[in-house]
Design a protein around this ligand. Structure first.
Ligand SMILES: N=c1c2ncn([C@@H]3O[C@H](COP(=O)(O)OP(=O)(O)OP(=O)(O)O)[C@@H](O)[C@H]3O)c2ncn1[C@@H]1O[C@H](COP(=O)(O)O)[C@@H](O)[C@H]1O
Length: 169
């Protein structure tokens, strides 16, 4: 998770080496401090007791969706999701885009440890986008299931030729 800090933060320190995080340039061109990857992601202070035994696997996405959905219309001063949802589709889409760009920056830079955190940010903001748009994870899981076993190359080749003809005009 990213927290904004002073632009004076050093970009030289490796989060792995210091365990304190590092500075990086964001999609907005600002400097942000990036938290070092947590070694014990489940047992953290401030985490609801009933969540401590939940698995750290893909089921977290459905749980996160339920939490974000439950935040809709609640007090924006106590929930970041509520605040983001109250700001509307444009802002939600903008935040998702920024997180996606930050993610690709880490991918291109080959910083695997930071890519993990950025990927989590992208998934969180994508879920906020789904809640705002009124679609559910099940809608997306069903679409991914429908595509399972179909090669992307074969699927593209099977598209009607007319689609390409229109593009050429
Ligand atoms: N996964 C996340 C998560 N990832 C990032 N963030 C927050 O996203 C914010 C990103 O800060 P930025 O400065 O980039 O964005 P911003 O505050 O919108 O600022 P501007 O772009 O407007 O300047 C930070 O406050 C992060 O804490 C998240 N906030 C919440 N969650 C999950 O959502 C759950 C519900 O959170 P709340 O809705 O806050 O209760 C939490 O328990 C988490 O599981």
């Amino acid at each position: 998770m990213i927290k904004k800090v002073s632009t004076k933060a050093s970009a030289k320190a490796s989060p792995k080496a210091t365990g304190k995080g590092a500075a990086k340039t964001t999609a907005k061109g600002q400097s942000k401090k990036v938290a070092a990857p947590k070694q014990t992601p489940i047992k953290q202070e401030g985490v609801q007791a009933d969540l401590l035994n939940e698995p750290a696997d893909m089921t977290v996405l459905n749980r996160l969706y339920d939490v974000v959905l439950s935040r809709k219309g609640t007090d924006p001063s106590v929930s970041h999701s509520a605040r983001l949802l109250s700001r509307g589709t444009y802002k939600i889409a903008q935040k998702f885009g920024e997180e996606a760009v930050e993610c690709l920056i880490e991918a291109v830079a080959g910083r695997k440890d930071l890519l993990v955190g950025e990927s989590a940010d992208v998934l969180y903001h994508l879920i906020v986008l789904w809640v705002d748009a009124g679609i559910t994870p099940d809608d997306v899981w069903a679409e991914l299931r429908r595509r399972e076993g179909t090669s992307g190359i074969a699927e593209k080749a099977s598209r009607p030729k007319e689609t390409f003809a229109k593009k050429d005009k």
